[in-house]
Design a protein around this ligand. Structure first.
Ligand SMILES: NC(=O)c1ccc[n+]([C@@H]2O[C@H](COP(=O)([O-])OP(=O)(O)OC[C@H]3O[C@@H](n4cnc5c(N)ncnc54)[C@H](O)[C@@H]3O)[C@@H](O)[C@H]2O)c1
Length: 549
């Protein structure tokens, strides 16, 4: 097997790596040394000449050059990474998958002291207060290191090596954990093939005596039953409550039935529910958890792309009324969200494609790397292309979009913040909701409606001089490439106007429009009705290639 040592600068990756390699008669592959040898310059010189981006390109090439993991028994190669190598999701996928990553961890104070004594120059630390610099690196990177099992690296090298060797005894498992974070809106674990093992660990951490699973027939057949069986195998009793499939789960009468089931099972205040399903199931199970006994803990295992990058994050739970969607709900943050990208393989193409509209939204909010990823791999991801899963493209898309939402919500949980907060997540949604309402919440997927909303917001932004023409064209081209909102509006324009007017009235007469600008979005409360009207008309005028913008 390959052992990959990760951790902050000064955590001892090279020293521990050398000793470990020596003990197993193998060699240490030090990525930084490879980069230096290849460039014929020191790391400080590369940073000075090419900047951090230039260094990262070289780093990616060095990770690629490792080739496939060595799957033989015993320690075959020891790989020491630069502290920042695992920030890039693509590098992390290649370094963690099929290999045994180990996090060498120590407190920033200890690391700062070691760095002061180190003869190596560290460009990201040089010239700064070392403790402050190490702390800010730790805050930015810990979620990537924490995906790997941790060994305390404060001890002597020999003891740290022993700790790593203990982990080697079990080798790399079939699952790959890519990110693990504790946030104020719950714990997040992202990975591939992790659902069952991460759920078992989470329930153990919560001290659960049994697993009370809420699911629905589609998710259950695709993966829920398998996950529940693994939980049962771990020794926990599993109780299952099945809600109807899709939007039918989001009814008060369904919640009543499920709550009565919980009462019959004598579920107590501290017992966590486990929601296994897509956004509809998660919204309903979340509302059940928010209200049963005035609130019980919940762990989400989202099984659709919408749920993994959007609905399971942020604590909004809701059910529908005949008068409208999501009219009754509550904020209820989950204990944990376990995001297993492998579960998306069975999702119908249309579901994956529609959900990509939410990923486009997150990219437009300001993630250029996500934008480029969607342009390059979006079609393959929508189509469920195996290569898109194997290359790590699906994992990177999910991580980027999901984490961006975590950060926005953690900063402005109740949407009370200024215009840069949670409100920005409404990009494409004012218009998208109107399209959904006008289409009668029938066959149209939420993401398909949001895609029309993104086109409308772009047209409005363009007309108001906020969205530069080349950016508008790029957003439109990406949506077209993904097969989203490429045709005429799927509902009568008069109904869209009526739904927008109703929303405006509901919002006190001022709809706050989120509109793309040069590299992100701006919020405008003052978009004239005639500008919105022209956007509607534009979306009705199809060309041979589909809708122009
Ligand atoms: N709370 C929020 O912040 C938030 C955000 C966005 C959307 N939502 C809500 O999410 C809902 C839409 O979510 P959705 O698109 O996930 O729909 P969904 O939950 O209805 O799932 C779509 C379909 O996929 C099936 N399915 C689920 N997992 C599967 C798997 N792994 N393989 C194969 N099939 C699978 C389901 O059975 C269902 O038929 C809407 O109700 C919307 O209001 C909520």
């Amino acid at each position: 097997m390959d052992v990959v040592l990760v951790g902050l600068p000064g955590s001892g990756k090279s020293a521990v790596g050398r000793r470990l390699a020596q003990r197993h008669g193998t060699r240490l592959v030090d990525l930084d040394e490879l980069i230096v040898a290849d460039a014929g310059q020191t790391i400080a010189e590369i940073f000075a000449g090419e900047g951090e981006p230039g260094f990262r390109v070289r780093e990616r090439a060095a990770v690629d050059a490792l080739g496939p993991p060595d799957r033989s028994d015993g320690v075959a190669r020891v790989i020491a990474t630069g502290g920042g190598a695992v920030v890039d999701p693509g590098n992390r996928w290649r370094l963690y998958r099929g290999r045994l990553p180990v996090w060498l961890d120590a407190r920033p104070e200890v690391l700062a002291q070691r760095l002061r004594r180190s003869p190596h120059e560290r460009p990201l630390i040089a010239g700064r207060d070392p403790i402050g610099a190490v702390r800010s690196l730790a805050a930015a990177r810990e979620r990537f290191y924490a995906a790997a099992p941790r060994v305390n690296s404060v001890s002597e090298v020999a003891a740290v090596v022993e700790g790593v060797e203990r982990l080697c005894a079990s080798g790399p498992g079939p699952a790959t954990t890519l990110l693990r974070a504790q946030t104020r809106i719950g714990r997040f674990v992202i990975g591939d093939g992790i659902a069952a093992s991460a759920l078992v660990a989470e329930l153990a951490g919560l001290g659960a005596a049994r697993a009370v699973v809420v699911s629905e027939p589609g998710a259950w057949a695709a993966c829920g039953e398998r996950i529940a069986a693994a939980v049962a195998e771990s020794g926990l009793r599993v109780e299952t409550i099945t809600l109807p499939r899709g939007e039918d789960a989001k009814r008060l009468s369904v919640i009543e039935g499920a709550a009565r089931e919980l009462a019959r099972l004598r579920v107590e205040r501290s017992e966590p529910l486990v929601a296994i399903g897509g956004g509809a199931l998660g919204d309903a199970a979340g509302f059940l958890a928010a209200t049963y006994l005035r609130g019980v803990p919940i762990v989400h295992v989202p099984t659709t792309l919408v749920a993994q990058i959007d609905s399971s994050i942020g604590g909004k739970t809701a059910v529908d009324l005949p008068e409208g969607k999501n009219l009754v709900g509550a904020f209820h943050q989950p204990e944990a969200v376990i995001i297993d990208v492998g579960l998306l393989a069975t999702l119908p193409v249309r579901e994956r494609r529609a959900a990509l509209a939410e990923a486009v939204k997150m990219a437009v909010l300001g993630d250029e790397r996500l934008f480029a990823l969607l342009e390059r791999d979006g079609e393959a991801i929508a189509g469920g292309d195996e290569a898109a899963f194997a290359s790590g493209a699906v994992a990177e898309l999910v991580e980027r979009a999901a984490w961006a939402k975590v950060e926005v919500v953690a900063a402005d949980e109740r949407e009370t913040g200024a215009d840069g907060g949670r409100i920005t997540l409404n990009l494409g949604h004012s218009f998208g909701h109107a399209v959904e309402a006008a289409a009668g919440y029938g066959d149209l997927r939420h993401g398909e409606a949001v895609a029309y909303g993104l086109r409308a917001a772009t047209r409005i932004g363009l007309e108001l001089g906020l969205t530069p023409p080349d950016r508008a064209e790029r957003i439109g081209a990406l949506l077209s490439r993904l097969g989203l909102a490429g045709g005429r509006l799927p509902c009568p324009p008069a109904d869209v106007r009526a739904a927008l007017a109703a929303d405006k009235k509901h919002a006190g007469g001022r709809l706050r429009w989120v509109l793309p600008d040069e590299a992100g979005v701006v919020v405008r409360p003052d978009v004239p009705d005639e500008v919105v009207e022209r956007a509607i008309e534009g979306l009705l005028a199809t060309t041979a290639e589909g809708v122009a913008t």
